[in-house]
Design a protein around this ligand. Structure first.
Ligand SMILES: *[C@@H]1O[C@H](CO)[C@@H](O)[C@H](O)[C@H]1NC(C)=O
Ligand SMILES: *[C@@H]1O[C@H](CO)[C@@H](O)[C@H](O)[C@H]1NC(C)=O
Ligand SMILES: *[C@@H]1O[C@H](CO)[C@@H](O)[C@H](O)[C@H]1NC(C)=O
Ligand SMILES: *[C@@H]1O[C@H](CO)[C@@H](O)[C@H](O)[C@H]1NC(C)=O
Ligand SMILES: *[C@@H]1O[C@H](CO)[C@@H](O)[C@H](O)[C@H]1NC(C)=O
Length: 208
Protein backbone atom coordinates (compact mmCIF):
# COMPACT_ATOMS: atom_id res chain seq x y z
CA UNK A 1 0.00 0.00 0.00
CA UNK A 2 1.24 3.49 -0.78
CA UNK A 3 0.52 6.40 1.56
CA UNK A 4 1.56 10.03 0.93
CA UNK A 5 2.75 12.14 3.87
CA UNK A 6 -0.61 13.77 4.41
CA UNK A 7 -2.15 10.42 5.22
CA UNK A 8 0.06 9.73 8.24
CA UNK A 9 -2.91 10.29 10.48
CA UNK A 10 -4.94 7.77 8.49
CA UNK A 11 -2.10 5.27 8.66
CA UNK A 12 -1.84 5.60 12.43
CA UNK A 13 -5.52 5.00 12.66
CA UNK A 14 -5.09 1.85 10.63
CA UNK A 15 -2.41 0.67 13.03
CA UNK A 16 -4.65 1.36 15.97
CA UNK A 17 -7.46 -0.65 14.44
CA UNK A 18 -5.02 -3.42 13.59
CA UNK A 19 -3.64 -3.47 17.14
CA UNK A 20 -7.11 -3.70 18.61
CA UNK A 21 -7.97 -6.50 16.22
CA UNK A 22 -4.80 -8.46 16.97
CA UNK A 23 -5.28 -8.17 20.72
CA UNK A 24 -8.91 -9.17 20.34
CA UNK A 25 -7.91 -12.25 18.34
CA UNK A 26 -5.22 -13.27 20.83
CA UNK A 27 -7.71 -12.75 23.65
CA UNK A 28 -10.04 -15.11 21.78
CA UNK A 29 -7.30 -17.72 21.62
CA UNK A 30 -6.29 -17.40 25.27
CA UNK A 31 -9.78 -17.20 26.70
CA UNK A 32 -11.25 -19.62 24.22
CA UNK A 33 -14.88 -20.06 25.24
CA UNK A 34 -15.28 -23.19 23.13
CA UNK A 35 -16.58 -26.43 24.54
CA UNK A 36 -15.79 -29.96 23.41
CA UNK A 37 -18.12 -32.93 23.78
CA UNK A 38 -16.11 -35.91 24.91
CA UNK A 39 -17.65 -39.37 24.82
CA UNK A 40 -17.31 -41.02 28.23
CA UNK A 41 -19.26 -44.22 27.75
CA UNK A 42 -21.66 -45.92 25.37
CA UNK A 43 -24.18 -48.69 25.83
CA UNK A 44 -25.98 -50.62 23.16
CA UNK A 45 -29.15 -52.53 23.79
CA UNK A 46 -30.47 -55.22 21.49
CA UNK A 47 -33.99 -56.62 21.44
CA UNK A 48 -34.61 -60.31 20.78
CA UNK A 49 -36.05 -60.93 17.36
CA UNK A 50 -34.94 -57.53 16.02
CA UNK A 51 -31.27 -56.92 16.69
CA UNK A 52 -28.31 -59.05 17.67
CA UNK A 53 -24.53 -59.21 17.98
CA UNK A 54 -24.19 -55.67 19.23
CA UNK A 55 -20.73 -54.41 19.97
CA UNK A 56 -20.15 -50.87 21.18
CA UNK A 57 -16.72 -49.72 22.23
CA UNK A 58 -14.92 -46.47 22.94
CA UNK A 59 -11.38 -45.70 21.92
CA UNK A 60 -9.54 -42.84 23.58
CA UNK A 61 -7.81 -40.52 21.14
CA UNK A 62 -6.56 -37.78 23.48
CA UNK A 63 -7.62 -35.83 26.57
CA UNK A 64 -10.44 -34.21 24.65
CA UNK A 65 -11.67 -36.90 22.37
CA UNK A 66 -12.79 -40.51 22.32
CA UNK A 67 -14.40 -42.23 19.36
CA UNK A 68 -17.04 -44.94 19.20
CA UNK A 69 -16.97 -48.15 17.19
CA UNK A 70 -20.43 -49.69 16.92
CA UNK A 71 -21.72 -52.82 15.22
CA UNK A 72 -25.11 -54.49 15.21
CA UNK A 73 -26.92 -57.06 13.07
CA UNK A 74 -30.57 -56.54 12.20
CA UNK A 75 -32.54 -59.75 12.41
CA UNK A 76 -35.28 -58.50 10.08
CA UNK A 77 -35.52 -55.51 7.77
CA UNK A 78 -36.80 -52.25 9.24
CA UNK A 79 -39.17 -50.27 7.02
CA UNK A 80 -40.48 -47.49 9.22
CA UNK A 81 -37.89 -46.51 11.81
CA UNK A 82 -38.50 -43.90 14.46
CA UNK A 83 -36.14 -42.88 17.21
CA UNK A 84 -36.89 -41.30 20.53
CA UNK A 85 -34.09 -38.97 21.60
CA UNK A 86 -34.01 -38.08 25.28
CA UNK A 87 -31.28 -35.92 26.74
CA UNK A 88 -30.47 -35.82 30.44
CA UNK A 89 -28.02 -33.60 32.29
CA UNK A 90 -26.31 -34.63 35.48
CA UNK A 91 -27.15 -32.20 38.25
CA UNK A 92 -25.36 -31.24 41.46
CA UNK A 93 -26.79 -34.21 43.33
CA UNK A 94 -25.35 -36.57 40.71
CA UNK A 95 -28.73 -37.42 39.25
CA UNK A 96 -29.61 -37.27 35.58
CA UNK A 97 -32.43 -34.79 35.04
CA UNK A 98 -34.35 -34.37 31.76
CA UNK A 99 -32.67 -31.65 29.71
CA UNK A 100 -34.65 -29.77 27.03
CA UNK A 101 -34.85 -32.54 24.48
CA UNK A 102 -37.33 -35.41 24.39
CA UNK A 103 -38.50 -35.98 20.85
CA UNK A 104 -39.63 -38.78 18.58
CA UNK A 105 -38.46 -38.55 15.00
CA UNK A 106 -39.35 -40.65 12.01
CA UNK A 107 -35.91 -41.45 10.66
CA UNK A 108 -37.14 -42.86 7.36
CA UNK A 109 -38.98 -39.61 6.62
CA UNK A 110 -35.84 -37.66 7.45
CA UNK A 111 -33.67 -39.85 5.25
CA UNK A 112 -36.05 -39.53 2.33
CA UNK A 113 -36.29 -35.76 2.99
CA UNK A 114 -40.00 -35.89 3.77
CA UNK A 115 -39.24 -34.27 7.11
CA UNK A 116 -36.85 -31.57 8.26
CA UNK A 117 -36.95 -31.75 12.05
CA UNK A 118 -33.94 -29.83 13.38
CA UNK A 119 -32.88 -32.46 15.97
CA UNK A 120 -33.33 -35.17 13.37
CA UNK A 121 -31.11 -33.34 10.91
CA UNK A 122 -28.42 -33.04 13.59
CA UNK A 123 -28.58 -36.78 14.32
CA UNK A 124 -28.49 -37.63 10.63
CA UNK A 125 -25.58 -35.33 9.94
CA UNK A 126 -23.52 -37.08 12.63
CA UNK A 127 -24.74 -40.55 11.60
CA UNK A 128 -23.98 -40.06 7.91
CA UNK A 129 -20.50 -38.86 8.64
CA UNK A 130 -19.51 -41.93 10.66
CA UNK A 131 -21.77 -44.84 9.72
CA UNK A 132 -23.52 -46.74 6.96
CA UNK A 133 -26.79 -45.30 8.27
CA UNK A 134 -26.78 -43.07 5.20
CA UNK A 135 -29.41 -44.25 2.74
CA UNK A 136 -33.18 -44.35 2.57
CA UNK A 137 -35.22 -47.09 4.26
CA UNK A 138 -35.49 -50.07 4.53
CA UNK A 139 -32.48 -51.11 6.59
CA UNK A 140 -31.28 -54.69 6.84
CA UNK A 141 -28.16 -56.61 7.71
CA UNK A 142 -25.12 -55.16 9.40
CA UNK A 143 -25.05 -51.60 10.74
CA UNK A 144 -21.68 -50.14 11.45
CA UNK A 145 -20.25 -46.90 12.86
CA UNK A 146 -16.55 -46.12 12.92
CA UNK A 147 -14.64 -43.41 14.79
CA UNK A 148 -17.87 -41.64 15.67
CA UNK A 149 -17.94 -38.61 17.96
CA UNK A 150 -19.80 -35.35 18.42
CA UNK A 151 -18.00 -32.55 16.61
CA UNK A 152 -17.69 -29.28 18.53
CA UNK A 153 -20.07 -27.74 16.03
CA UNK A 154 -22.77 -30.41 16.29
CA UNK A 155 -25.00 -28.40 18.60
CA UNK A 156 -26.37 -25.03 17.48
CA UNK A 157 -26.05 -23.87 21.09
CA UNK A 158 -23.04 -24.38 23.35
CA UNK A 159 -24.21 -26.85 25.98
CA UNK A 160 -23.55 -25.90 29.63
CA UNK A 161 -20.56 -27.77 31.07
CA UNK A 162 -21.85 -31.04 32.53
CA UNK A 163 -22.18 -34.75 31.91
CA UNK A 164 -25.04 -35.60 29.57
CA UNK A 165 -26.86 -38.83 28.87
CA UNK A 166 -28.25 -39.09 25.36
CA UNK A 167 -30.67 -41.97 25.12
CA UNK A 168 -31.67 -43.04 21.62
CA UNK A 169 -34.44 -45.65 21.52
CA UNK A 170 -35.02 -47.18 18.13
CA UNK A 171 -38.55 -48.24 17.19
CA UNK A 172 -40.33 -49.75 14.22
CA UNK A 173 -43.85 -48.55 13.28
CA UNK A 174 -44.03 -46.12 16.19
CA UNK A 175 -47.72 -45.27 16.95
CA UNK A 176 -49.20 -47.79 14.55
CA UNK A 177 -49.50 -51.31 15.95
CA UNK A 178 -47.93 -53.76 15.71
CA UNK A 179 -45.00 -51.65 16.81
CA UNK A 180 -41.82 -52.60 18.54
CA UNK A 181 -38.69 -51.45 20.28
CA UNK A 182 -35.88 -52.78 18.16
CA UNK A 183 -32.82 -51.48 19.98
CA UNK A 184 -31.21 -48.63 21.84
CA UNK A 185 -28.05 -46.62 22.14
CA UNK A 186 -27.01 -44.52 25.12
CA UNK A 187 -24.18 -42.02 24.84
CA UNK A 188 -22.64 -40.39 27.91
CA UNK A 189 -21.05 -37.13 26.85
CA UNK A 190 -18.98 -34.68 28.88
CA UNK A 191 -19.34 -31.06 27.79
CA UNK A 192 -16.05 -29.58 28.88
CA UNK A 193 -13.50 -26.90 28.21
CA UNK A 194 -10.78 -28.47 26.08
CA UNK A 195 -7.72 -29.51 28.06
CA UNK A 196 -4.73 -27.78 26.50
CA UNK A 197 -1.50 -29.70 26.70
CA UNK A 198 1.91 -28.92 25.23
CA UNK A 199 1.29 -31.71 22.78
CA UNK A 200 -1.92 -30.34 21.31
CA UNK A 201 -1.46 -26.56 20.92
CA UNK A 202 -2.97 -26.87 17.46
CA UNK A 203 -6.18 -28.28 18.86
CA UNK A 204 -8.17 -25.30 17.63
CA UNK A 205 -6.98 -25.80 14.09
CA UNK A 206 -8.45 -29.28 14.00
CA UNK A 207 -11.95 -28.31 14.96
CA UNK A 208 -14.83 -28.70 12.53
C1 LIG B 1 -24.85 -63.02 14.89
O1 LIG B 1 -23.57 -63.60 14.78
C2 LIG B 1 -23.59 -65.02 14.52
C3 LIG B 1 -22.16 -65.52 14.57
O2 LIG B 1 -21.32 -64.73 13.76
C4 LIG B 1 -24.23 -65.26 13.17
O3 LIG B 1 -24.30 -66.65 12.91
C5 LIG B 1 -25.64 -64.67 13.17
O4 LIG B 1 -26.23 -64.80 11.88
C6 LIG B 1 -25.61 -63.20 13.57
N1 LIG B 1 -26.98 -62.70 13.72
C7 LIG B 1 -27.55 -61.93 12.79
C8 LIG B 1 -28.94 -61.48 13.10
O5 LIG B 1 -26.99 -61.55 11.78
C1 LIG C 1 -22.73 -45.12 3.16
O1 LIG C 1 -21.71 -45.58 4.02
C2 LIG C 1 -20.92 -46.65 3.49
C3 LIG C 1 -19.96 -47.09 4.57
O2 LIG C 1 -19.36 -46.02 5.21
C4 LIG C 1 -20.19 -46.16 2.23
O3 LIG C 1 -19.42 -47.20 1.67
C5 LIG C 1 -21.24 -45.67 1.22
O4 LIG C 1 -20.58 -45.12 0.11
C6 LIG C 1 -22.14 -44.61 1.85
N1 LIG C 1 -23.21 -44.30 0.92
C7 LIG C 1 -23.62 -43.06 0.74
C8 LIG C 1 -24.78 -42.91 -0.20
O5 LIG C 1 -23.11 -42.08 1.28
C1 LIG D 1 -33.58 -45.16 27.47
O1 LIG D 1 -34.93 -44.89 27.12
C2 LIG D 1 -35.74 -46.05 27.08
C3 LIG D 1 -37.12 -45.63 26.58
O2 LIG D 1 -37.61 -44.55 27.31
C4 LIG D 1 -35.78 -46.72 28.45
O3 LIG D 1 -36.54 -47.91 28.37
C5 LIG D 1 -34.35 -47.04 28.87
O4 LIG D 1 -34.35 -47.58 30.17
C6 LIG D 1 -33.47 -45.80 28.83
N1 LIG D 1 -32.10 -46.17 29.12
C7 LIG D 1 -31.32 -45.50 29.97
C8 LIG D 1 -29.94 -46.00 30.19
O5 LIG D 1 -31.73 -44.51 30.57
C1 LIG E 1 -44.59 -45.11 10.24
O1 LIG E 1 -44.38 -44.45 11.47
C2 LIG E 1 -45.09 -43.24 11.63
C3 LIG E 1 -44.74 -42.66 12.98
O2 LIG E 1 -43.37 -42.43 13.07
C4 LIG E 1 -46.59 -43.50 11.52
O3 LIG E 1 -47.26 -42.27 11.59
C5 LIG E 1 -46.90 -44.19 10.21
O4 LIG E 1 -48.26 -44.55 10.18
C6 LIG E 1 -46.05 -45.44 10.06
N1 LIG E 1 -46.27 -46.07 8.77
C7 LIG E 1 -46.54 -47.35 8.62
C8 LIG E 1 -46.71 -47.86 7.21
O5 LIG E 1 -46.65 -48.12 9.57
C1 LIG F 1 -44.84 -52.49 10.70
O1 LIG F 1 -45.98 -52.22 9.94
C2 LIG F 1 -46.06 -52.95 8.74
C3 LIG F 1 -47.25 -52.43 7.96
O2 LIG F 1 -48.31 -52.11 8.80
C4 LIG F 1 -46.17 -54.44 9.10
O3 LIG F 1 -46.21 -55.23 7.90
C5 LIG F 1 -44.95 -54.85 9.89
O4 LIG F 1 -45.06 -56.19 10.33
C6 LIG F 1 -44.80 -53.96 11.12
N1 LIG F 1 -43.52 -54.25 11.75
C7 LIG F 1 -43.43 -54.58 13.04
C8 LIG F 1 -42.06 -54.84 13.56
O5 LIG F 1 -44.39 -54.65 13.78
Amino acid sequence: MIYDRSSTHLRNMHYTVLAVLVSYLSWRVICDPSVVYKLKNIECLTVNGFSANASCRLKAVNWNKAVAQMDVDLVKPLYNISVQLQVFKKDYSNKFQPFLINVVLNVCDLLSKRSFMPYGLIILKVAKQFSNFNHSCPYAGHLIARDAYLPESFSPIVLPLALYKMNVTIMENYTRPPNAHVGGIVWYVQAMQPIQTKRNPKLRASRY
